[in-house]
Design a protein around this ligand. Structure first.
Ligand code: HEC
Ligand code: HEC
Ligand code: HEC
Ligand code: HEC
Ligand code: HEC
Ligand code: HEC
Ligand code: HEC
Length: 418
């Protein structure tokens, strides 16, 4: 910890700032004495200084972290907005080891998950839905239901094409959110607010392409990070991800990704891309710094990164409802497909309880296309034959060493079927 800047996390004045050109040193004009007298606990402000601008700008990299979390609305993030959580309330820290694992970097201090506070059966059990909701936690990650859209409050970058950079004459066009589609330094972009995640089986690990790893240049897309998990793995759960798509440079002969040298170090720097717009020079310098050879020939490849959705949990009443996933419950039969009818229970109200995309749209969110959606997570794409209520869950045969009741409906189903 000898080269660590303490103030970046412990400043409480909100004025501390690093200079972009001074390799991590503070902006020279700051009153460091004043700041040093006001050190204190970390906050959303101090952690957010770095994390909200991952990827070189607000809300670029993570789909679920942006400057909105400085002062979030309750609907945007129920913990940080509704209950004023600070980052460290969840990311518990011991001897400066911050818990919580990243989607992109393999180092990990300790994991952090919803269950640490809420347990694996978080639904209190005082409600008719709670039994099924708790059973679903075996197969479905919390945020699949509790964060059904990401970048809820401001748009995040979802497409970034570096190959288009370098055209100083191209005028950026603003999209419907007021975000630019172009920057001559960085290329072409697309943004999305209130985006629907992509769902995949995830068992707590990511596969990654690390700088220097061989890639298949003929593959239509290269997954730089990809979740590990499978339909028939009891430890995997259906988990929401933001996918960042883009076009990046690769070494055409050495077959690995390239890092360019972008930002001029000083006036005499004659390799920085942003000064000379010469990719070859920029890759030569960038790769020399990374300690890897550059063949002198580059090519553009399409890439994808998976970022897990971990924040922006919505209030409980805005979780996905039964019918968002189970089309089968929308028809004539609801709970009574398996249970006896009971006059005093309004099954229609129960199956529809949850997020109302119409209301979200009325509140200004970009969710028009999600209104009335069913099969929200796409059962077939995940390996099911179709809606599990009709076609069955993933373990028709009991996993060895488990009791029937661990297997959910298909362990007990015969008792209930009409
Ligand atoms: C990456 C952010 C980060 C940096 C950088 C950092 N700290 Fe901390 N520090 C924390 C967190 C998180 C805690 C836990 C309590 C809190 O939130 O304030 C903490 C707690 C502390 C505590 C309270 C004692 C404890 O261990 O709970 C002291 C004292 C402290 N830090 C000093 C320092 C010093 C001195 C430096 C520079 C060498 C430093 N910190 C750099 C994040 C950071
Ligand atoms: C309600 C609890 C909660 C709060 C509050 C919270 N986080 Fe997290 N965060 C999580 C969980 C859970 C994960 C997943 C960690 C894991 O799998 O080990 C996570 C993951 C992360 C990651 C890794 C992201 C990735 O996928 O690469 C970062 C960085 C992070 N949080 C930063 C922050 C910052 C900064 C704040 C404050 C603005 C914050 N978190 C507030 C629960 C929280
Ligand atoms: C000086 C910039 C900076 C500050 C301030 C900072 N972080 Fe980080 N943090 C990073 C970088 C860089 C990484 C590694 C890359 C990544 O995951 O984005 C990281 C990684 C993480 C991870 C993933 C850890 C892992 O092992 O994979 C979590 C969680 C996290 N930070 C939380 C916090 C919290 C909470 C605070 C405030 C107490 C904080 N950070 C303050 C720069 C910072
Ligand atoms: C550090 C502990 C902690 C962690 C980690 C945590 N929560 Fe919470 N959560 C709370 C507390 C405290 C409350 C407020 C009291 C309550 O409702 O239980 C809460 C409330 C909630 C609510 C109800 C909000 C409402 O009022 O409508 C939901 C839903 C929720 N959490 C989901 C999650 C999810 C999903 C995660 C993981 C991404 C998570 N929580 C991580 C502590 C935590
Ligand atoms: C299949 C969707 C689904 C999954 C998966 C899910 N929840 Fe929920 N959750 C809901 C719904 C719907 C509600 C609102 C229930 C109601 O209105 O009674 C809710 C309510 C809650 C509440 C408020 C307390 C309560 O009982 O009403 C908390 C806290 C919570 N969930 C946490 C979690 C955590 C933590 C996980 C992961 C371990 C999780 N949920 C997984 C759908 C889900
Ligand atoms: C995020 C999508 C999603 C939501 C929301 C959802 N389900 Fe499911 N449901 C599933 C999946 C996936 C399975 C299959 C689990 C497996 O593989 O065994 C399933 C299975 C079932 C089953 C059969 C097996 C079992 O474990 O009970 C029933 C019954 C069921 N769901 C009822 C409900 C009810 C009632 C609600 C509303 C409270 C609901 N579901 C909400 C995705 C969802
Ligand atoms: C596809 C069949 C199926 C559907 C549809 C279904 N359930 Fe169930 N439910 C079951 C089975 C099977 C059990 C027995 C325990 C288990 O394996 O989960 C059960 C158990 C329960 C329980 C706990 C045991 C009890 O009887 O007290 C409740 C409460 C419940 N269901 C409520 C509902 C509600 C409310 C709905 C509609 C929103 C619903 N179920 C829809 C199959 C279903």
């Amino acid at each position: 910890m000898s080269k660590i800047d303490c103030l970046v996390c412990h400043d409480t004045t909100g004025t501390y700032e690093k200079s972009p050109t001074k390799a991590g040193m503070p902006v020279p004009s700051l009153d460091l004495t004043k700041i040093a007298k006001k050190v204190g606990h970390t906050s959303r402000q101090s952690c957010g200084t770095c994390h909200f601008s991952g990827g070189g700008g607000d809300a670029v990299k993570h789909g679920d972290m942006s400057k909105d979390l400085f002062y979030p609305k309750r609907n945007c993030d129920v913990h940080m907005g509704g209950y004023d959580f600070q980052c460290s309330d969840c990311h518990e820290t011991q001897n400066h080891k911050i818990s919580g694992r990243s989607s992109s970097v393999p180092v990990t201090e300790a994991t952090q998950e919803c269950e640490v506070c809420h347990t694996r059966t978080p639904h209190y059990g005082d409600d008719l839905l709670d039994h099924h909701l708790n059973r679903h936690c075996e197969h479905i990650d919390c945020n699949t239901c509790h964060s059904p859209v990401y970048a809820k409050c401001s748009p995040t970058k979802v497409w970034w094409d570096w190959s288009k950079a370098g055209d100083k004459t191209r005028e950026p066009v603003l999209d419907k959110y007021g975000m630019p589609d172009y920057n001559w330094k960085k290329g072409e972009f697309r943004w999305k607010e209130s985006a629907k995640p992509v769902y995949a089986w995830y068992r707590g690990a990511m596969e990654r392409v690390i700088l220097g790893d061989q890639i298949d240049l003929d593959a239509p897309v290269i997954n730089i990070t990809e979740p590990v998990g499978a339909f028939n793995d009891p430890k995997s759960r259906i988990t929401p991800f933001k996918i960042m798509k883009g076009v990046q440079a690769a070494d055409a002969e050495n077959k690995y990704l390239l890092v360019p040298h972008l930002f001029p170090k000083n006036k005499s720097d004659d390799t920085a891309y942003w000064k000379h717009l010469d990719w070859n020079k920029a890759f030569e310098a960038g790769m020399a710094e990374a300690g890897l050879p550059y063949s002198g020939k580059y090519t553009w490849v399409e890439t994808r990164m998976h970022w897990r959705i971990e924040h922006e949990v919505m209030p409980a009443e805005m979780a996905l409802s039964c019918v968002h996933c189970h089309k089968s419950m929308r028809g004539e039969k609801t709970c009574n497909r398996c249970h006896q009818d009971q006059k005093d229970i309004d099954a229609m109200a129960l199956i529809h309880r949850g997020t109302d995309f119409k209301k979200m749209k009325a509140a200004g969110r970009d969710v028009e296309d999600l209104i009335g959606s069913t099969d929200y997570i796409d059962f077939k794409a995940l390996g099911y034959e179709g809606d599990p209520i009709i076609h069955g869950g993933r373990f028709k045969k009991l996993p060895l060493g488990k009791t029937a009741s661990d297997d959910g409906f298909w362990g007990f189903g015969k008792l209930f079927k009409e």
